[in-house]
Design a protein around this ligand. Structure first.
Ligand SMILES: [Zn+2]
Length: 576
């Protein structure tokens, strides 16, 4: 059941999505839903096997929990509401509410709570590999943003937050091994830790131009963080320019920085971008250089708020006197409005700001002199970008694109406290367990391998996760001698633990070679009557097209295939 396609699927935007479909690994059922075909299933199974081995080695124990989860569990943690429309919900015939599992912190906490009663049973880490669901508004990029995906989720339970560090570290190490064994270069990067703080949230990213996430790297000190988290140093303040008196001028119809900048003929960086946010319901004005964007995670932390979002139109008008696009830090209507600014604006003068009057801007603004920004309300509030100074060492950050394939996270007691998941300590006192959660996108990892390893002809599988490691292309299936040589070779390779597929279709050689390259078997062996007459078969390695003709097939061909399957770096093949 192998079907390859010559044409890219119409809805595929990135190479790995095109190749998954063209190489016959999966078939689209509907937006964000796929059937895994035999070749895709084999790779997916190999990735799962690697994950199981590494989880078991790290001391985690496998369980499996239902996909269909009662709403009561989600109500206990408060996430029945906060998960929002991204969670699939349904009712049974008795009108009881359920969710299709997007994750399983609630359910696993409920299970562990009922099993663990004493400190002697801790630490405990359990994991499952199970289908997960997310109601994506716009499914895209194949398995990257699908409605259903295979995930490995693990959860650790410890006696204390300090003890939980060891569980976290064990999983972090296991993840590095998993991705390495899958042939992936995945980088651990710091991610936002929410309320926990510290260095206990890492995402594992595969670098790819098509990645949806931005990651800041520092070559100087090795700092790596996703853009939600990435901290920067304030730019050196420019010498304060002489700045005349503020002057308000009409800027009719110009609402965005780009429009006003064009209208006034000055660069976007001369503007102060001002936005009104609602922080837990309280309006706050946020100012930053005109060519920067607000980092809402940093803003939320700085304000100590649970939730920040852009304020609604009415609020903006009420507190500033103007609509969004014409607001600024100089004399807003509400004189008690809190104003915070990105630290790059400290000492800024000669700026252009919204005049808090629709269709007007004010120029020659010296923030320290004219704006109502209290001292101390300058902070790192913007999204880091290429060339910003690393907060740790000051060297320039480089922003790259990444695909998140894993996430390790120290949760603290958020769920265990909500479920009253306690154990008895040595003094028989009840203590709340400390928890960590650890995810790997299994189906996403499969696609990330392809995104990282392909060329114009197709996929280049690392041998560890290839659907088959070797494809024996039998050129003349009707020739008994050639067929016997091909199947003998298959048996000899399988005896060595190498998985082999024999392409004995009645197709032209060119078609077979194209398919072998497209599907991306790490090694191709060509067996044909003509070659055998000369006494040999051709062994070709996919990743560099190196070929070797092997005389007297069986033993020598097996040795050549094994040499070709060695990982990168082991080039002592005498192979070509
Ligand atoms: Zn640095």
């Amino acid at each position: 059941m192998i079907q390859t396609l010559r044409e890219d699927p119409g809805d595929a935007e990135i190479d790995s999505h095109k190749l998954l479909v063209r190489a016959g690994l999966m078939k689209k059922v509907a937006g964000g839903l796929y059937t895994y075909l035999p070749l895709g299933m084999r790779s997916l199974n190999k990735i799962q096997r690697i994950i199981r081995e590494e989880m078991d080695r790290a001391g985690a124990q496998e369980i499996v929990m239902p996909i269909l989860q009662p709403a009561e569990l989600w109500k206990t943690s408060g996430r029945w509401e906060s998960m929002g429309p991204g969670m699939f919900r349904l009712k049974d015939r008795a009108a009881h509410d359920y969710a299709l599992s997007p994750t399983a912190e609630e359910m696993v906490t409920d299970v562990v709570k009922s099993v663990v009663s004493s400190y002697r049973q801790l630490p405990l880490t359990v994991y499952q590999i199970q289908w997960k669901f997310r109601d994506e508004i716009r499914p895209r990029f194949g398995l990257m943003r699908s409605k259903e995906f295979l995930m490995k989720d693990a959860y650790s339970f410890d006696t204390s937050l300090e003890a939980a560090d060891a569980s976290y570290t064990a999983m972090y190490r296991a993840y590095r091994r998993v991705f390495e064994r899958c042939g992936l270069k995945a980088y651990p990067v710091e991610a936002d830790t929410g309320d926990i703080g510290g260095k206990f949230s890492h995402e594992f990213h595969v670098l790819a131009d098509s990645g949806e996430d931005g990651i800041a790297f520092c070559d100087g000190c090795g700092y790596a963080a996703n853009l939600e988290k990435a901290e920067r140093r304030a730019a050196a303040a420019a010498a304060a320019a002489e700045c005349g008196a503020p002057e308000t001028i009409p800027t009719p119809g110009a609402k965005t920085i780009e429009q006003v900048s064009k209208f006034m003929g000055v660069p976007g960086s001369a503007f102060v971008k001002s936005l009104v946010y609602s922080a837990d319901g309280t309006p706050v004005m946020v100012c930053l250089p005109g060519d920067r964007d607000v980092n809402e995670v940093k803003l939320r932390h700085f304000l100590g708020a649970k939730k920040v979002e852009l304020a609604d139109f009415d609020t903006v008008l009420r507190v500033t006197g103007a609509n969004a696009g014409s607001v600024g830090p100089v004399r807003p209507t509400d004189s008690s409005l809190r104003i915070v600014a990105d630290f790059d604006l400290k000492g800024a003068s000669g700026c252009i700001v919204g005049a808090n009057r629709d269709g007007y801007h004010t120029k020659n603004v010296d923030l320290a002199r004219d704006a109502k920004i209290a001292v101390g309300d300058y902070a790192d509030l913007a999204i880091a970008r290429d060339g910003d100074a690393c907060a740790k060492c000051g060297r320039p950050l480089a922003v790259k694109r990444g695909i998140e394939v894993g996430h390790v996270f120290k949760l603290g007691v958020k769920y265990t406290a909500a479920f009253n998941a306690v154990y008895k300590n040595g003094n028989l006192e009840d203590q709340v367990m400390a928890m960590g959660c650890y995810g790997i996108g299994v189906s996403r990892t499969m696609q990330a391998v392809i995104e990282q390893s392909h060329d114009k002809d197709g996929i280049i599988w690392p041998p560890s996760v290839a659907p088959f490691q070797v494809c024996v292309c039998l050129l003349d299936p009707s020739d008994d001698g050639a067929a016997k040589a091909a199947f003998d070779l298959e048996a000899a390779l399988e005896a060595e633990g190498i998985d082999v597929i024999v392409d004995d279709r009645a197709e032209r050689p060119g078609v077979k070679f194209k398919d072998a390259d497209l599907i991306g078997f790490p090694v191709r062996v060509v067996v044909g009557a003509k070659g055998l007459a000369k006494g040999g078969v051709e062994v070709k390695r996919r990743r560099d097209d190196k070929t070797k003709t092997v005389i007297s097939p069986a033993a020598e061909a097996v040795a050549a295939v094994k040499a070709a399957l060695r990982p990168d770096g082991a080039e002592q093949l005498d192979f070509n």
